[in-house]
Design a protein around this ligand. Structure first.
Ligand code: NAD
Ligand code: TDX
Length: 331
């Protein structure tokens, strides 16, 4: 089986490639990645000799046509992925998330190749803090940010290509991931590397916003379950009952790194900041028999902190630039 993985030098994509080579030897893997600020070939170093790496964009129709034409399955992770960046400059989000997905869909249609689309729970907008409801595959789309609206648009393109052209595709919408190789712009790595750099962690607003945390390896094992047993045209929500507010997560980071509980700064809140995300993964669990392995968030977080401690060479070159950009916005 020849698998094309887009965005394989990013956080989730790199972990997916590692897991695929470890647990699914039937796949030979080609990675297509543009190596934007978020892509890092070093994340693929442990598997570099076992994959083919192609440096290029998912919006390059000629390249995509050639690569899809020699694949049996495409798993599409590549995206502009950070909400705060999309608030500063939405344009690359339109180009990669919408035009890039369109480009892949046209190639998949032409060559009759199986396609899996990686998306986010943010397409559903947000929930109230005291609402017992969770997102289900039937929840109406209601995205809040330029990032989530372009992901929502890309999901709708996939659904239309399934209905109009009969392509063989599945979609997954996952909650917030944590684990190794996550860019230091994101919440957990930013706070961990702040502590490791002698800087104070930065909490947006009152920190009451809730995210539904899942370990990246659990996200990726769910993607493999969908590739293996998912029904064509279906959407699967991926989540692992990991709801926590940002204050709680930061409190755990401070505790696990031996810092006082009040050793953080409250900074300017994100505009349009989604309050709460929560995933109902019943369909994935009952139809496909998937279960998460990382059910203890504290253990998973401690292992993630250890990874950042042990891999300073991976994140240190990114740190000053990210902090300077945040500082310019009072964050
Ligand atoms: P990331 O920003 O860490 O990685 C994105 C990767 O895509 C990078 O390697 C980058 O170089 C590459 N890329 C960007 N533009 C490209 C282009 N035009 N052509 C080819 N490659 C390009 O992102 P991530 O956190 O690993 O997210 C991966 C996917 O998972 C995204 O589709 C995202 O929407 C989705 N997702 C992320 C989360 C999360 O918590 N991080 C949760 C749910 C869904
Ligand atoms: O310094 C910070 N302080 C802070 O309080 C940062 C960077 C974030 N936050 C808050 C904002 C969010 O409520 O932490 C929460 C998580 O923030 P991010 O890591 O930026 O993630 P989020 O905006 O929730 O989006 C993530 O999950 C869904 C991914 O970045 C998306 O790609 C994915 O689709």
């Amino acid at each position: 089986m020849r698998m094309l993985v887009t965005g394989g030098a990013g956080f989730i994509g790199a972990n997916f490639v590692h897991q695929t080579l470890r647990e699914h030897p039937e796949f030979s893997v080609v990675v297509l990645d543009a190596l934007t600020y978020a892509g890092n070939e070093a994340s693929l170093a442990p598997v570099r000799d076992d994959i083919e790496f192609v440096h290029g964009s998912v919006a390059d129709a000629e390249l995509v046509d050639r690569l899809v034409g020699r694949s049996d399955v495409v798993v599409h992770f590549a995206a502009e992925s950070h909400n705060d960046n999309s608030l500063r400059d939405p344009s690359p989000f339109l180009q990669t998330n919408i035009v890039g997905t369109f480009t892949l869909l046209e190639a998949v249609r032409k060559h009759g190749v199986r396609y899996h689309h990686i998306s986010t729970d943010e397409v559903y907008g947000d929930l109230e803090l005291d609402d017992p409801a969770k997102f289900t595959p039937e929840t109406p789309y209601n995205p809040s940010s330029p990032y989530s609206s372009t992901k929502a648009g890309s999901d709708l393109l996939v659904r239309a290509w399934v209905r109009s052209f009969g392509i063989h595709a599945t979609i997954s919408n996952c909650s917030n991931n944590y684990g190794p190789y996550q860019h230091v712009e994101k919440f957990i790595p930013r706070q961990v590397t702040n502590v490791l750099s002698g800087l104070r962690p930065k909490l947006y607003g009152a920190g009451e916003n809730v995210r539904d945390w899942i370990h990246v390896d659990d996200h990726n094992s769910a993607v493999h379950a969908i590739l293996d047993r998912g029904r064509s045209g279906e959407t699967y929500l991926i989540g692992a009952e990991g709801e926590k507010n940002n204050r709680e997560v930061l409190g755990l980071i401070l505790e696990l790194t031996g810092q006082p509980a009040d050793a953080f700064d409250s900074v300017t809140d994100r505009v349009g900041h989604d309050l709460r995300y929560a995933i109902d993964a019943t369909k994935l669990r009952t139809e496909l028999g998937w279960t998460p392995r990382y059910t203890d968030f504290r253990d998973g977080l401690a292992a993630t902190i250890d990874w950042y401690r042990a891999n300073e060479a991976w994140w240190r070159p990114l740190k000053d630039g990210v902090e300077a950009t945040y500082a310019a916005q009072g964050q």
